[in-house]
Structure formats: structure tokens, C-alpha cells
Write a protein that binds this ligand. Sequence first.
Ligand code: FM0
Length: 328
Amino acid sequence: MGVYLKATARAHTNIALIKYWGKRDESLFLPMNNSLSITLDKFHTTTAVEFCPCLPVDLFIMNNQLASSAEMAKITHFLDRVRGMSGKSWHAVVHSTNNFPTAAGFASSASGYAALAAAATKAIGLDLGNKALSQLARLGSGSACRSIYGGYVEWQKGEKDDGTDSFAKPVLEGGDWDLSIVSVLVTDTPKTVSSREGMKRTVETSPFYSGWLDSVEADFLHAKEALIHHDFELLGSIIESNALKMHATTLGANPPFMYWNSATLDVIKEVQSLRSGGIQAYFTIDAGPNVKVLCQPKDEQAVRESLEKLPNVQNTYLCHPGPGLTYL
Ligand code: FM0
């Protein structure tokens, strides 16, 4: 049999319950704090990688379009690591497809780099375990290290300078506790400050960043306890407050910035009013204006209906905990 260096992998996006916000090492994507996430069932990236001696450069095709040279350079940088690990120097064609619109406000870098790490290493003949895959995915985008696993996942920040102790691991299987995540789309306009730039500016300039660091470890530990004990009210109140603290740090940055728009606030208010009416729902917000609302399956329809009534809500997507990496 001739050489046939091709593999296809799929990874799902994740939503952070306790946010990764700030790096202690930018080139190794080492975080300042531990984080916690849910991998979502609805949104995934499927990536096929084929290495071939016939290629003079890497090619990256995203959703059936040739990627920009900037995107291509990032993929080549990532594949260089994979080539370095394997001792092979061939270039590759990377074919990646999201089953959700890339501009729809859902993080695609997490599922994207998790799927790429898995497909590229398998194609080139490396047999990495999930821990090594998580570390590799982290080097493309921090949050990608969590998308290796399904269900509820923690990313241990690690202490070492070389990053060998910074990787994700599962906390709870999705099937152990079914929660609902209503993903609320308020705008599909790309954000002006990327999470990478936003966290860097915040670490470097925001006087509120020390407040984040002072409290995030307790949030992480309490949220993990709440997960393990299936204590929804406790989990919800911690994750909501953790998201607010993250966003508060951006207001203190120089220059200051804010990920929310007025519709974001409308959703926040609606979630608060749902709670006053006896429905347990809690929000979280990543580096953008869209909101994710966490509730229990018994309340998911009521939560969704009330959010869809808001004039500035464009769409809602109902998600549940999803699977980890799969190979196709
Ligand atoms: O996901 O600079 O992974 O924990 O989404 O590529 O490492 O895109 F809310 C913000 C994700 C940040 C929280 O940052 O940054 C989280 C955030 P990179 P990411």
C-alpha cells in the first residue's frame, strides 16, 4: 500500500462557564486561571487533512473557500508544530467546514483547532492521546484545548513554564447531567476587539484585572462543586457573576472596550425577570455581544419563547452537552 496520509476529525464548540481570561505566556497560550466549560451538541467543525509530497505550500479551505493569506499563515504555523513532532516535512491540504455560520457569533476557533489537531496528527501518523491533543489544540487557540472532550470540561492552567501541565480534562459526562443552553444571537456583526487582543489589553492595562485574579479560583472551585453535586442554582449564580466580572475588567482597560450592545442588556434583563417569575435561568457572555442562557430542560421552551419575543433577538439555538472528538 502506498502512502496515504489523510484523516478527518470533528470537534464541537464549547461555552465557558468560568472564563479563560488572560495569558501568562502568549506564545504557549498558557492561561492565568483555570476555566470550566460545556461542549455543545449543536455546533461543530469537521476538518480533513491530507499531507502530500506534491504540495509546495499548505492550503487551507474554509467552508469551501480558499482562506486569506493571514489565515493560511496561522494554519501553517500550527502544522509546523505537527510536522516537528512527526519528523515529516510534507505540506497539507486542510479542508474545514463549520455546520454553523462562522460570522454568527459562535466561537469557531475552539472547535476548529481541536478538529485540526486531531486530524493533522492522525494523518501524519502520530498516535496522540487526548491529553497530548488537548495541549496541541491549546497552541492554536486556548479554548480549543477544552473541545477535545465532551460534556463538562475543566482546563487546568498548570504551573510550568513549558506548558506541559496545561491541558483540559473531563469533569462530568454530558449524560450525567442534562442542562440546556439557549444560545441567543443578537448580532452577527464581527466584534472589533478579538478575545486574544481583549484579554491581552486587559491584563496589561486594566486595574480591575487583579480583582478578576483574586476571585476566579474560588469561582472555579465552587462551580466545579456545584457541577458535581448537580446544584443548578449555585452553578447558575456563580457562572453569571463570573461572566460579569470578566466583562467588568474590559471597562477598566486602556483604551477601554465593551463587548455588549443594547440587545445584550435586553437579554440580561429578560433573564433576570424570568428568575423573578420563578424560572431558574442564568446568563453567560463570551467575548462578544451574544448571550448564552443556561437553564434546566424542563424550562427550556419557556426560556426560549420569552427570549425570542425580544425585538432585538435575531435567533435562538437550543443546545445540550455534546460529544468530544470523533474521527470520520
Ligand atoms: O472561552 O487567544 O480561546 O474561556 O471565550 O485564541 O487563546 O479565543 F469570553 C472569552 C476565549 C475567551 C472565554 O479566548 O483566545 C473562554 C473566552 P486565544 P480564545
